[in-house]
Design a protein around this ligand. Sequence first.
Ligand SMILES: Nc1ncnc2c1ncn2[C@@H]1O[C@H](COP(=O)(O)OP(=O)(O)OP(=O)(O)O)[C@@H](O)[C@H]1O
Ligand SMILES: [Mg+2]
Length: 514
Amino acid sequence: MNNITSAPAPVLELRGISKAFPGVQALSGVALNLYPGEVHTLMGQNGAGKSTLIKVLTGVYTPDQGQILLEGRAIHPSSTLDAQNLGISTVYQEVNLCPNLSVAENIFIGRYPRKRGGIDWSAMQRQAVELLERMQIRIDVSLPLAHYPLAIQQMVAISRALLVSAKVLILDEPTSSLDEKEVDLLFSVLRGLREQGMAILFVTHFLDQTYAISDRITVMRNGEREGEYACGELSRFDLVNKMVGAPASSAADAGGSATVTATAAAPSKFQTFLRAVGLGRKGALSPMDIELRQGELLGLAGLLGSGRTEAARLLFGADKADGGSIVIDGKERSFTSPRDAIAAGIGFCSEDRKHEGAVLELSVRENLILALQARTGILRAIPLKRQQQLAEEYVKALGIKTASIETPIGTLSGGNQQKVLLARWLATDPKMLILDEPTRGIDVRAKQEIMDYVTALCRKGMAILFISSELPEVLRVSDRIVIMRDRKAGGEYPRGALDESSVLQVIAAGDAHE
Ligand SMILES: Nc1ncnc2c1ncn2[C@@H]1O[C@H](COP(=O)(O)OP(=O)(O)OP(=O)(O)O)[C@@H](O)[C@H]1O
Ligand SMILES: [Mg+2]
């Protein structure tokens, strides 16, 4: 930085932005300044208005009030394409590209370079390689996009943004499905773009990431801008307090180091609910043994792709095991579909909100009773009164922010949709519950409250299998931990036997117990 120049002008300025939906004031009078060459992180609890603000900026919603200035001039983006043409590009968590087209084609969709009336394929390939090079990524751009991991797909989405010479790049929770290495890759790309003068607006719920990448932080609360801070001047503790608007307990300052409280009772006290021996599936999971006990929370740790979800799907009958046996309550069972597993008292809250989860047109109540209805059978409708009662109960217990239980779930914020999906499985009152990244997209404070709630259910006798990429959380809540690596189970450890670095060591180096 050079201190002779006067303070730079913001490239993007939001003034007094308001936006209401029926029953909700999503934004009221929000201001935001984005400068060239900065990473600016937007933080706030679920439903605070972050995504709505971004949708206003990118032409998805028209604000009721307020102004957007780009390089000092008022703009009125009318669609994402319009915003893109103005120089504002957005990358969402779910990459909206075409998996079957090549990387190069995905970058150039709708803007193919032309030559004599046709598409200039070789120019396209060359330029695609150049764009990715700007981010230090060297891959074969003629392969289908689906060939590459999600992180690379996001880079492709970003290079599309570079193609239209974006001045502003917006990322709404882009890291929630990336593993640690992939996040590092994304961040090094963002740092490079920052150096080139791009203004980057970033939304995340991960405190570690916020502190790793941000220059400044804007905190939103209940649709208002709470404040804007230089990253170095705001402690984690203060940040969480500002998000929730009340002094948080120090425990809510999550995301920091894990505290392992060794208060669990001796494992022998727990009764076995399910025991799987040699459970496996060719190409997905090497045969493994696993035991779930009533009143015990078993954590499955490991990197993305290490076989955690595969194990869960076999236990739930979502995929068919090609070896091994499952014994429940002393009886051997074979699940040919999730229906069998549900009938046996097993629930499975999946990480895949978009594909397996929320039915966007249905109300919060209807989404919430879906799994319970599946168990009782379509022919035995749950009385409306009971449905309402359940919905009200869980909205309260999990702090779901919704105008009413009859609101379509599609209008809830991402984190609040996730809470409804969790409630859907809690409402079945399962004997065993599989939670696969249940708190993805949920804000730091709510995350802790939800895990406390789940732990309490466990203490009342539920057997829980908890899968999470967030090690501090796994260490904090699990009575036992199984570490997965390369699609097989590594060691099994009792509570308190591991800390974060020893888990990472086992993941990286393998384990003497194997
Ligand atoms: N299309 C819509 N119709 C009705 N209400 C909406 C709509 N979009 C958002 N809302 C409401 O506006 C509020 C802000 O939602 P928004 O999605 O901006 O939150 P967020 O800060 O992104 O939360 P999260 O961290 O959970 O993603 C919420 O109460 C939400 O229910
Ligand atoms: Mg959001």
